[in-house]
Design a protein around this ligand. Structure first.
Ligand SMILES: [Fe+2]
Length: 356
């Protein structure tokens, strides 16, 4: 069974027009617009769909209160593989079908998902070669000059989970997702088998002080060509008046150590979550060896304004290969629920939310 990535995401919001303005400013192209629904289409063919609260196409019951990403639709390569996945899911959870064959269910952690066959489109994406003092592949040539930021793909989605180990294992069991990396006590990164991006989904532990005590959407990341396009997008969003409340907590523009990706977060309207410009991530396949990390070491390679918890000399260079998944054991739960927070995790404050 091969899932190719996020075919579409469905948002439920109070103010459709305001969210449509946000996504248009962010660089997405609207395919259709009405008072009740706006559909954006990315070059990869993925769609971002904004619906008004109460729309019959949204999952019911609502997975969490307020605005946010309510249903993630995974794209499957063939009808045969869609049937195989649907049968596997039906062995554990209730599965429903639309007239067009789309499969819906709710994961045990509370995440509504859907699956449908997806004709993923090839994306045109190019970055300038990088010169160093001894190697200059961009000889006699300036960098690509851009005048707008255009998200090319939906790179990954992120949710808070009351049982993040269980969330991953459900995806592995039925959707064939691969274990990529684990930030101990913070969350697991997993990759859809039909894509090479470092992660397609990340579950964040609801036990963290920054987290709600229930399943909830956190952020969605979009694939950009390079750091220049990320920064251009950040500048354009700021110019259009979109506030980045997380600027001080995420360190503005930065690079994760886990995944190696350049990132910049923008706050969506209605406290719906964040939209992430994302570039230069690691690409990998099944030769990858999963790793377990200390969250302070894994979060940032550098930042232009690193949050205090990621500064100082006491951050351990702590990364271990974890093919045997021993790192899961302290965080495994028999059933979802909020555990008391102790030790290092208690040090993570609200200000560090965006650096994980
Ligand atoms: Fe992200």
């Amino acid at each position: 069974m091969t899932i190719l990535g996020v075919e579409s995401v469905v948002f439920g919001v109070a103010d459709v027009a305001e969210h449509a303005r946000f996504w248009a400013d962010f660089g997405l192209s609207a395919e259709s617009t009405s008072a009740q629904e706006v559909v954006f289409r990315l070059p990869s063919g993925s769609r971002l769909i904004v619906l008004a609260h109460g729309d019959a196409r949204l999952p019911s019951p609502d997975p969490f209160p307020g605005d946010g990403l309510k249903e993630t639709v995974w794209g499957v390569d063939t009808p045969e593989n869609l049937e195989r996945i649907a049968a596997s899911l039906a062995s554990e959870v209730a599965v429903t079908r639309d007239a067009d064959g789309t499969v819906h269910c709710v994961c045990p952690d509370g995440q509504p998902i859907a699956l449908r066959v997806w004709a993923k489109r090839p994306v045109v994406s190019e970055a300038s070669p990088v010169n160093t003092p001894s190697s200059y592949p961009r000889f006699n040539q300036h960098r690509i000059w851009r005048h707008k930021a255009i998200p090319k793909t939906i790179n990954h989605v992120v949710f808070f989970s009351p049982d993040y180990v269980g969330s991953f294992e459900f995806y592995e069991r039925h959707l064939g997702f691969r274990y990529v990396d684990h930030t101990r006590g913070t969350g697991i990164f997993a990759r859809a088998a039909g894509t090479f991006e470092h992660h397609s989904i990340f579950w964040v532990n609801c036990d963290l002080p920054i987290a709600p005590d229930h399943f909830k959407f956190m952020h969605i990341a979009f694939g950009m060509d390079d750091i220049d396009e990320v920064m251009l997008g950040a500048n354009l969003m700021e110019k259009k008046g979109w506030k980045n409340q997380s600027m001080n907590s995420s360190g503005g523009i930065s690079r994760h150590r886990i995944s190696s990706a350049i990132y910049y977060y923008c706050d969506m309207p209605g406290h719906a979550g964040e939209a992430e410009y994302h570039a230069d991530t690691d690409y990998l396949d099944d030769n990858w060896v999963p790793r377990a990390w200390d969250f302070r070491f894994g979060s940032l390679l550098w930042a232009n304004n690193a949050p205090p918890i990621f500064r100082g000399d006491n951050i351990p260079w702590d990364m271990q290969f974890d093919a045997d998944r021993k790192s899961f054991e302290p965080f495994r739960k028999s059933k979802p629920g909020k555990l008391p927070v102790t030790g290092k995790l208690a040090e993570i404050t609200q200000d560090d939310e965006h650096a994980i």
